[in-house]
Design a protein around this ligand. Structure first.
Ligand code: NAD
Ligand code: TYD
Length: 380
C-alpha cells in the first residue's frame, strides 16, 4: 500500500484527468493535489471550478515538456507521485497533425520521467514515490471479431500516430523502471465515456449533435467495435493500481461492454428519444432535435468516409487486475449512458463553451478530406 499523500496530476483539466481529480479529492480529502495542465483545446478549467479554493488543491498552467517547471513543482511542493494524463488523445487529430502527439505524448512523458528521476532519485527527495502512466488499449493494435481480448502480454502493434506515440511513452516508462529503478506503473484502458468529455469523441459528439438536430457521422460501415468504460470505473481502477499495484507493473482496465459503433449510437438515439420525448422543457430547449418533433434521433445518422487505418476492434481482458487488485467495473452501459446523457443535458453551458468556431471548422475539414480508399482495417 502506498504512503504517498501528495500528487502531481498532469492533464487534470482534460476529460479523464478532471474526473480523476474530483474522484481523488473526494476519496482522499487530506491528500495534496497539484494539477499541471497546458489548457490545450481539450483542457478546461471549468471542469475543476468546484475545487477552486480548497486548501489541498491547486492548479498550475504549464506544459509537461517544461522539465524545470516540473522539477520545481516536485521539489517545492514535496510531491511524491505523478499521475500522467496529459496527452493529445484524439486519433483523428493524430492523422491530420501528428507532430503535437510526438511532442506531448513522447517528449512530454520523457521530460516528466527525467524530472522525476532527478528530484526523486538523484536528489533523493522521495524514497517512496510513484510515476503512473495512463495509457491506452490502442497500443496493442486491432483485433478481429473472434480474437481473444488484449491481455497485458499482447505485443505492441500500434496503428495510428496516436497509438504509436502512447506506445513509445509506455516503453520509456518501463525503461526508467528497469534502468534507473524509478517506481512506475502503467494502466492501459479501453474507450472511456462520461461527464466532461470533449465532444469530439463518439459519445460526446453524438449527444451534442442529436440535441441540436445535427448529423451523427458514422465512419465506414459502423461495425467497428469498442469496449466501453465508464470514466468513474476507470478512476477506481487507477486508484487500485496506485495503492496496491507492483512497481514495474502493467494493468489493463476495461469496461467489459463491447458494442459496434452503430449499436452504440442507436442506443443513445433511443435513450434521447425517450428522455426528450417525455420532457416538454427539453423539447422547448432543443426544438431542433428530432426527438422534440416526434421523429427518431436515429434519422440523423449519416455514414461518412472511413477513418484512414481505422482499427477494427478493441477488447480488454481484465482478469489480471481483477485477480491481483480486486478491480471490477461497477457501472453497466445502460446506467453509464443514461448518466452521461443526463450530465450533458444538465451542463449545456460547459459543452457549448468548448464547441467554439475553431472546433466546428476542424470537424468540417475532417469530412471534406477523409479518404475511404485507405480502408478501415476490417479483417478479411
Ligand atoms: P483529453 O484530450 O480530454 O485531455 C488531455 C489533457 O491534457 C487536456 O487537459 C490538455 O490540456 C492536457 N495537455 C495536453 N498537452 C499537454 C501538455 N503538453 N502539457 C500539459 N498538459 C497538456 O484526454 P483524455 O481523454 O482525458 O485522456 C487522458 C489520458 O487517457 C490520455 O493519456 C489518453 O491517451 C488516455 N486514454 C484516454 C482514453 C479515452 O477514451 N479518452 C482511452 C484510453 C486512454
Ligand atoms: P473515438 O471516440 O474517436 O475513439 P477511438 O478512435 O479512440 O476509439 O471513436 C470511437 C469509434 O467511433 C471509432 O471506431 C471511430 C468511430 N467514430 C465514428 O464513427 N464517428 C465519429 O464521429 C467519431 C468521432 C468516431
Amino acid at each position: 500500500m502506498t504512503k504517498i499523500r501528495s500528487w502531481l496530476i498532469t492533464g487534470g483539466a482534460g476529460f479523464i484527468g478532471s474526473n480523476f481529480v474530483h474522484y481523488w479529492c473526494r476519496q482522499y480529502p487530506n491528500d495534496k493535489v497539484v494539477v499541471l495542465d497546458a489548457l490545450t483545446y481539450a483542457g478546461n478549467r471549468n471542469s475543476l471550478v468546484t475545487l477552486e479554493g480548497q486548501a489541498n488543491y491547486s492548479f498550475v498552467h504549464g506544459d509537461i515538456t517544461d522539465q524545470s517547471l516540473v522539477e520545481s513543482l516536485l521539489r517545492d511542493q514535496q510531491l511524491g507521485g505523478i499521475v500522467n494524463f496529459a496527452a493529445e488523445s484524439h486519433v483523428d487529430r493524430s492523422i491530420t497533425g501528428p507532430d503535437a502527439f510526438v511532442s506531448t505524448n513522447i517528449v512530454g512523458t520523457h521530460r516528466l520521467l527525467e524530472a522525476a528521476r532527478k528530484v526523486w532519485l538523484t536528489e533523493g527527495m522521495a524514497s517512496d514515490h510513484r510515476f503512473h502512466q495512463v495509457s491506452t488499449d490502442e497500443v496493442y493494435g486491432s483485433l478481429g471479431n473472434d480474437d481473444p481480448a488484449f491481455t497485458e502480454e499482447h505485443s505492441y502493434q500500434p496503428s495510428s500516430p496516436y497509438a504509436a506515440s502512447k506506445a513509445s511513452a509506455d516503453h520509456l516508462v518501463r525503461s526508467y523502471q528497469h534502468t534507473f529503478g524509478l517506481q512506475t506503473t502503467i494502466s492501459n484502458c479501453s474507450n472511456n465515456y462520461g461527464p466532461y468529455q470533449f465532444p469530439e469523441k463518439l459519445i460526446g459528439l453524438t449527444i451534442c449533435n442529436l440535441v441540436r438536430g445535427k448529423a451523427l457521422p458514422i465512419y465506414g460501415t459502423g461495425k467497428n467495435i469498442r469496449d466501453w468504460l465508464f470514466v468513474e470505473d476507470h478512476c477506481r481502477g487507477i486508484d487500485r493500481v496506485l495503492r496496491a499495484g507492483q512497481s514495474g507493473g502493467t494493468y489493463n482496465i476495461g469496461g467489459g461492454t463491447e458494442l459496434t459503433n452503430i449499436e452504440l449510437v442507436q442506443r443513445l438515439c433511443d435513450l434521447a428519444d425517450e428522455v426528450i420525448g417525455a420532457s416538454p422543457e427539453l423539447q422547448a430547449r432543443y426544438s431542433e432535435s428530432p426527438a422534440s418533433k416526434g421523429v427518431p434521433c436515429s434519422s440523423l445518422i449519416e455514414y461518412v468516409s472511413d477513418r484512414p487505418g481505422h482499427d477494427w476492434r478493441y477488447a480488454v481482458d481484465i482478469s489480471y487486475i481483477e485477480r491481483e487488485l480486486g478491480y471490477r467495473p461497477q457501472t453497466n452501459i445502460e446506467q453509464g449512458l443514461a448518466d452521461t446523457l443526463q450530465w450533458y443535458l444538465a451542463n449545456e453551458s460547459w459543452w457549448l463553451a468548448v464547441m467554439d468556431g475553431s472546433y466546428q471548422q476542424w470537424i468540417d475539414s475532417q469530412y471534406a478530406t477523409s479518404d475511404s480508399s485507405l480502408g478501415n482495417g476490417q479483417p478479411s
